[in-house]
Write a protein of this length. Structure first.
Length: 609
């Protein structure tokens, strides 16, 4: 008897009709001769499946039970207790939700083992019964890194899988394990994609139809990388699952749709924006991941160099007027605006925003979501905001003449207005507003400053090494006189997916509207004259700012030339050339010794020598 009052395993198996009395008698005879566990003998003799054994044992013990498979377990959690302790306790962490760690155990009723796990992990422990051999098998697999996602996905296509759904949509964690494991293989696959993207800090997941099946990629540091390739025949089901999560119409496959949902992953809440688009081979889904833990909203953390930071802060401190942030889609404009609001927000300041959509919710700020289908446009929301006694107004994007004019009027009537605009550089914002029908005298009066920006990938610190750029590259950057100077670059390693880069920082061109510039704008001066004037006043262009970042060793020269517009090297400011000369020499590039020894080519070999 187990626990004195609970039925014995063999009796329960016979009672439930899982095995016959004759099969039980035969197994008990073998058990007396070998002293092995009854369940193991029944499985070995082929009269009992592992899943049936687990469920019967769980019923006897009064605890949940499961048979371990890929996808039921988050391999990263094994690190919480370590492989040695996991084997000693015969316990394997499965998943964690809001401080509650679910652990597969061969003896889930062992209070000393549960107390030890609670002490090691600092989490509440939820024990789940699993067979000892099953637990040991997966401890060894995950301890050795033997986790083949493609093989796991092939397995999903071939058989039914019990799935623990680690993402909870609009609700707290379930307390019923049966509900958690009642999912489908498709749910598990989507969870694997979401959790992998969240863990690697990806910004987007692309789920694309392919002639041979489905291609799932994610955008990491601005570049798309393959995540997984599910087998053929699963695409429609994957799309339907994403649509269900995003509260979209799964029956509508001919028109684009948008959805939004909040999930729990890695123990924190994350917003997802979902977009579907019909293509020739089927629907394509893009999921934007909005993880607030990745949001850097302190202005000093964005990557602005001291001169640009000082100028931008000075512009933001003015009591009224308009400040624009420009750049292409995905260049971090909204993050810059949030950083500006973080600097300005206080209990004494009334800040209102109009966004489409609201990406992150911030304290002390009243955020309004545009809703075009019911008529709540940027322009209409802005007009209503002016009757809400605002001090600071943020407009997510100036898209049309009406929005531009209302925002300009707000800036002229004593409000500080922050907004984004699509232009290639800071001086081009004036021409863009003029194209929208805003008169030059209004622009000259209201505009306080413009920030143009790009995002550049930062060098991976784990594989940083030295390299000598070719003369053609130096000439393109305006640094041809510094041939032979070592620059910093990433050689590529496992931590950065062999790209040499990990993370991104902003490259900023900060324009402050001075009295001289206001006069030129009022006169309708063309963009090239405005650009010449601001460069006379000391403003550095995007490329010049980027070259400084490369000289500081924060990114590579090749990356800066990739993300910034081409300029005439002869026009590179003297400030940049002086900076390059001042930072010349190998000593100015900090390179870890271990990284320097892992050179991967001719240039790196020269540096190592």
């Amino acid at each position: 008897m187990i626990g004195g009052a609970k039925p014995r395993l063999g009796d329960e198996l016979v009672k439930q009709g899982v095995i016959t009395p004759e099969q039980l008698a035969s197994a008990l005879g073998e058990q007396r001769r070998s002293s092995r566990k009854l369940g193991e003998l029944l499985i070995e003799q082929g009269v009992l499946t592992a899943s049936a054994l687990v469920q019967t044992l769980a019923s006897c013990l009064g605890v949940p039970g499961c048979h371990l498979r890929h996808g039921l377990i988050d391999p990263q959690l094994l690190k919480l207790i370590g492989p040695e302790e996991a084997e000693r306790l015969c316990a394997l962490p499965m998943f964690k939700v809001r401080g509650v760690l679910t652990v597969a155990m061969s003896e889930p009723q062992s209070l000393p083992a549960i107390d030890r796990l609670r002490q090691i992990t600092g989490c509440e422990i939820r024990p789940v019964l699993a067979i000892e051999s099953n637990i040991v098998e997966y401890i060894k697999k995950y301890a050795s890194g033997d986790v083949d996602v493609d093989a796991f996905l092939t397995q999903l296509a071939e058989q039914d899988v019990e799935v623990i759904e680690r993402e909870m949509v609009d609700e707290g964690p379930s307390t019923d394990l049966d509900k958690l494991v009642a999912g489908s293989p498709i749910i598990n696959l989507v969870n694997v994609a979401l959790l992998s993207a969240v863990r690697d800090k990806a910004s987007d997941i692309h789920i694309e139809p392919d002639k041979r099946g489905t291609r799932i990629r994610y955008r990491l540091d601005g570049s798309l990388r393959d995540l997984m390739k599910p087998p053929a025949g699963m695409h429609a089901s994957i799309v339907s699952r994403i649509k269900v999560i995003g509260k979209m119409d799964i029956s509508e496959k001919r028109l684009p749709q948008e959805g939004r949902v909040r999930i729990v992953a890695e123990g924190r809440e994350i917003d997802l924006r979902v977009s579907s688009m019909p293509t020739l081979l089927g629907e394509k889904i893009v999921v934007r991941i909005l993880d607030k833990s990745n949001l850097r909203i302190r202005l000093s953390d964005l990557g602005l160099r001291p001169q640009g930071l000082e100028t931008f802060t000075r512009v933001l401190k003015k009591p009224h007027g308009q400040v624009l942030v420009t750049g292409p889609t995905g260049s971090g404009k909204t993050t810059t605006l949030y950083s500006a609001l973080d600097l300005l927000r206080s209990p004494e300041t009334n800040i209102l925003t109009v966004e489409d959509p609201v990406e992150y919710q911030l304290d002390l700020i009243n955020q309004i979501q545009v809703n075009e289908p019911i008529g709540l446009s940027f322009a209409r929301a802005l007009r209503s905001i002016l009757r809400q006694d605002p001090d600071v107004i943020m407009v997510g994007e100036i898209r049309d003449q009406e929005t531009a004019r209302v925002a300009m009027q707000a800036a002229l009537t004593g409000h500080l207005v922050l907004a984004t605009l699509h232009t290639n550089d800071a001086p081009g914002a004036v021409a863009r507003l003029s194209d929208m029908g805003i008169e030059h005298y209004l622009i000259a009066t209201a505009l306080n400053g413009v920030v143009a920006q790009r995002l550049a990938r930062t060098i991976c610190p784990a594989c940083a090494t030295r390299a000598y750029p070719p003369e053609a590259l130096l000439a393109e950057a305006g640094l041809e006189v510094h041939a032979g100077r070592p620059f910093r670059r990433g050689a590529g390693c496992k931590q950065c997916h062999d790209s040499g880069f990990r993370g991104r920082l902003g490259v900023y061109e900060v324009l402050e509207v001075t009295p001289e510039l206001r006069r030129l704008i009022h006169l309708g001066a063309p963009t090239h004259e405005l650009r010449a004037k601001v460069r006379q006043q000391g403003m550095l262009t995007l490329r010049e700012e980027g070259v400084h970042l490369a000289l500081d060793g924060k990114t590579s020269l090749e990356e800066i030339l990739r993300v910034t517009a081409e300029e005439d090297p002869a026009d590179m400011s003297a400030d940049v050339k002086r900076g390059a000369a001042a930072q010349g020499g190998a000593a100015s590039v900090a390179v870890p010794a271990a990284a320097s020894s892992t050179s991967g080519g001719k240039d790196e070999g020269r540096a190592a020598a």
